[in-house]
Design a protein. Sequence first.
Length: 291
Amino acid sequence: MSYIPFPAISPEIFSIDIFGVTFALRWYALAYIAGILIGWRLAVAAVNRPALWTGGPPMTADQVERLLTWVILGVILGGRLGFVLFYQPGYYLQNPGDILRIWEGGMSFHGGFLGVVVAALLFCRTEGIPLLKTADLMALATPPGLLLGRVANFINAELWGRPTTLPWGVAFPGQAAQSCPDVLGICARHPSQLYEALLEGALLGLVLIWLAWRRGWLRHPGRIAGLFFAGYGLARFMVEFVRQPDAQFISEGNPLGLALHLGGYGLTMGQILSLPMILIGLGLTLRTRAR
C-alpha cells in the first residue's frame, strides 16, 4: 500500500530555558497570531475602501483594532468552553480545575465561533455600529486564521482522518494514529486537517475576497457573512465523513463515533454543530437577495 510518510516537523519552532523553566514557541500559537494579524489587515483594507460599502464602512480602522481585542477574548474563552461542553463535559465536571489548562490543548471551532458572535454583539452595542456590516467584515477576515490553524493541526499530528488506502494517505505518528482495526502494518489516514485548510481557509477565503472586491457583495449587509457561515458549515460537514471522531464518541457498538443515530444512519458531533451554521448562512444570504 502506498502512503506519504509524516514529515519530520517539530511542533515547536524553538524553545529556551530560563531559570529552569522552558518557554517554547509552537507552530499552533504562531498560526493563531499570524491568522489574527492577516485578518486584521484584511479588515482594515476593507474599511479603507468606502466604495465597497453602501452608506460607508461600518467602522473606522481604529475601531477595527478595538474589535480585535474583543475577538481574541471571544476565540479563547468560547473555544475552550465549547470544547468542554460539546466534547468532554463528563470529564470536566469531575475535574473543573482542568478547564483552565488551555496549554494542554482542547479548543472547539464552533465554541470559538459562538464566543466571537457574543463578542461582536457586545462590541456593536457598545460602539453603536451596524451588526450585519460588522459580521461581513469579520467573515472576510476569518479564513486566513482557519487555513493556518488547520496547517498547524497537521504539524501537531492531531485531528487526523479515518484510515484510507488512497495514495495521499499519511502515516501519522503515535500509537493512537497507528491503532487501526483490520489494518496490517502501517496505517495511513486521511490528512483531514489539510482538506479543511484548503476548503475552509484557502477556497472560501479567496471566494469571499473576490465577491467583496469584485462583485460588490459588501453593499448587501449580511451576504458575505451568510456565505461564510454556509460555506464553512458545508465544508466541515463534508470533511467529517473522513475525519476521525473524538475518542470519547467511539465504542465497540459505535466504531464510527456517531453522536446522533437516525435509523441506521447518523451524524458526528462536528456535523451536528455545522448544520445550524449552514441554515443560518443560507437564511442570511436568501434574505439579502430578497431585499
